[in-house]
Design a protein around this ligand. Structure first.
Ligand SMILES: *[C@@H]1O[C@H](CO)[C@@H](O)[C@H](O)[C@H]1NC(C)=O
Ligand SMILES: *[C@@H]1O[C@H](CO)[C@@H](O)[C@H](O)[C@H]1NC(C)=O
Ligand SMILES: *[C@@H]1O[C@H](CO)[C@@H](O)[C@H](O)[C@H]1NC(C)=O
Ligand SMILES: *[C@@H]1O[C@H](CO)[C@@H](O)[C@H](O)[C@H]1NC(C)=O
Ligand SMILES: *[C@@H]1O[C@H](CO)[C@@H](O)[C@H](O)[C@H]1NC(C)=O
Length: 529
């Protein structure tokens, strides 16, 4: 009896003690949470102040550097809101909207900081998917890209097609695409962006498609691209992609400046805008860019662009790239560069966000028969290597021998030429320069008197020769192929594997079927309307 009473009292004390502990826990938890919340509100206010501290530049003056500073401040703000989902993000949206009036958060399927209240607070749908811009003139190419990704390459990535209203991609074309490739989503950019503000056409649709896509990790692909392996896992193996959330591909190594009249202005202009943005050139530019070291005048091939929009800062970089393609700004962008091409890395560079390029400049694919012809019509196709450099991963200009002359038929690639990695190329230059200065030292400090030969190359010309000897030579391409397939280092041509060539055959077989279907089904559908 007494024992029972004692245990009851004991239990009660334990019970009360337990309640107190739990209450204590909640009080501490509540207090900490409110302190944390107050702090995040204060930080947000400070970040808003630093965004407002930069005046919004006038777009007509194409203020890339100033915009870069503003974007960097907005990116810090967006990161803070994303890290603190308890904050209401309407003020963030307002701040972004002031800078990009054509950005309407309500109409977009994916925004990284828009948390889902019914799910766990931090829940953000994260998916990787492909978005392709395609109009009526590119239906065959788009159908081929999608059907080969599904049937030949066996990629499981979801795919969307972005277009600008019925006048860009007609209902008949959309019906054809749905019939031939089944599971594909359509995104009408007219419904998402006010075309009175962005007036998109051609190139300028591409960065908007990145923003409009419902995928977080967005792979923007040109309709006439061709993949030789499924991209989803391979992309992760390019060094740096995981860290930066971006993957960009290089254009051709070409020093043919006459082709782009203002090519010589590109680097100095970027340097000046970086100075305005108050940023030194990034580690990428300093160490792994043949463009920045003035050996080539092109940097990015934007036929494939990977941006992980789940990272709020990169979402802002994507907005910045799209801004470069808006009407008042692109007058300048397209005059200095070729279309949207350089927008993506420039947006990152000018706002201080790290980014990743493939470690080579574009490789060349060619056909043996044409190689042997030695210059008559040397089909040379730009292609991009897998991360291990073993074979091509993707190319553009469709599966034709030469897209400009489709009558020449479908491709039958036999060989490819991959240049040296950029770090190896730059190391060779450093070694040469160091050796040269050693020689100068030995010549007891009078190098200028030693050789004043009229034929002597300037130091840059000399290193340029080293770079050219290690990179694919595109000079023939840009001068209309008159140089044929000559390369400085013929040993770099290598045969494509039988397995790779069987893939090309399967891609061609897919193209032959689609070509007939396209001609019969869409040809007649267009006549009816
Ligand atoms: C922007 O600059 C252009 C050209 O310099 C000028 O015509 C226009 O009035 C400016 N707009 C604003 C809002 O200041
Ligand atoms: C929010 O999350 C729930 C549960 O995961 C899901 O069913 C719902 O579709 C999501 N809503 C949106 C708008 O994403
Ligand atoms: C790149 O080089 C410039 C000088 O050429 C330097 O000012 C800058 O700090 C360098 N950037 C990095 C990230 O090291
Ligand atoms: C492709 O090229 C190889 C080697 O040159 C040749 O044997 C083959 O017949 C070609 N195939 C087609 C379809 O032209
Ligand atoms: C530079 O010198 C080293 C050692 O003297 C030599 O092995 C190397 O081939 C030289 N490189 C060039 C590019 O001349």
């Amino acid at each position: 009896m007494l024992l029972n009473v004692k245990t009851t009292i004991g239990k009660s004390i334990l019970f009360v003690f337990g309640i107190v502990c739990i209450l204590q826990f909640f009080i501490v938890f509540y207090r900490d949470t409110t302190i944390e919340e107050q702090e995040s509100v204060q930080t947000a206010a400070l970040l808003h102040e630093s965004v407002d501290a930069y005046s919004s530049p006038n777009d007509s003056e194409h203020p890339f550097g100033l915009k870069g500073r503003k974007v960097a401040a907005l990116a810090d703000l967006a990161q803070h809101y994303s890290d603190n989902p308890s904050l209401s993000y309407s003020k963030l949206n307002d701040a972004i909207n002031r800078e990009f009036p054509w950005w309407d958060s309500e109409r977009l399927s994916y925004i990284p900081w828009r948390t889902n209240a019914t799910a766990w607070p931090k829940h953000r749908p994260e998916t990787t998917g492909i978005v392709i811009c395609a109009g009526d003139s590119m239906v065959f190419e788009a159908a081929h890209l999608i059907s080969s990704l599904r049937n030949v390459i066996k990629s499981k990535l979801p795919i969307e097609i972005a277009y600008g209203g019925d006048e860009d991609l007609s209902p008949a074309s959309r019906a054809f695409l749905t019939r031939t490739v089944s599971t594909v989503g359509f995104v009408d950019l007219n419904q998402i962006f006010d075309n009175n503000l962005v007036y998109f056409r051609g190139w300028s649709m591409k960065p908007l498609a990145i923003l409009a896509s419902r995928f977080s990790r967005t792979i923007l692909v040109d309709a006439d691209a061709v993949f030789y392996s499924a991209p989803e896992k391979i992309f992760d193996s390019y060094p740096g992609h995981r860290e930066t959330g971006t993957l960009f591909f290089h254009d051709r190594y070409t020093d043919f400046r006459a082709w782009a009249p203002r090519a010589n202005e590109r680097r100095p202009w970027i340097g000046a805008e970086l100075a305005t943005a108050q940023r030194p050139p990034s580690g990428y530019l300093n160490t792994t860019s043949l463009f920045w070291s003035d050996y080539t005048v092109e940097e990015q091939d934007s036929a494939v662009v990977v941006i992980d929009k789940a990272r709020p800062k990169l979402y802002l970089a994507a907005l910045f790239a799209a801004w470069m393609n808006t009407p008042q700004v692109r007058d300048w962008t397209y005059e200095l560069f070729y279309g949207d091409k350089e927008s993506y890395w420039l947006a990152c560079e000018l706002s201080g966000m790290p980014y990743t390029f493939e470690p080579w400049y574009a490789a060349i694919m060619a056909e043996q028969d044409y190689l042997l012809l030695g210059g008559k019509m040397c089909t040379r196709h730009m292609t991009h290597a897998k991360p291990d450099g073993s074979e091509p991963l993707w190319s553009n200009r469709a599966i034709f021998k030469d897209k400009i002359y489709p009558d020449t038929g479908f491709a039958n690639w036999t060989h490819w030429y991959l240049g040296a990695r950029i770090d190896e190329t730059l190391a060779a230059i450093t070694m040469k320069t160091e050796n040269a200065s050693d020689t100068t030292d030995q010549a007891s400090g009078s190098p200028s008197n030693a050789h004043t030969d009229a034929n002597e190359l300037s130091p840059h010309e000399e290193t340029r020769r080293i770079v050219s000897s290690m990179q694919p030579n595109w000079d023939g391409w840009s001068t209309g192929g008159k140089d044929g397939c000559a390369q400085y280092d013929e040993r770099r041509w290598s045969a494509l594997s039988p397995r790779f060539r069987r893939t090309v055959e399967a891609l061609v077989a897919e193209a032959e079927i689609l070509n007939i279907r396209h001609a019969t089904e869409l040809g007649s559908a267009e006549e009816e309307t």
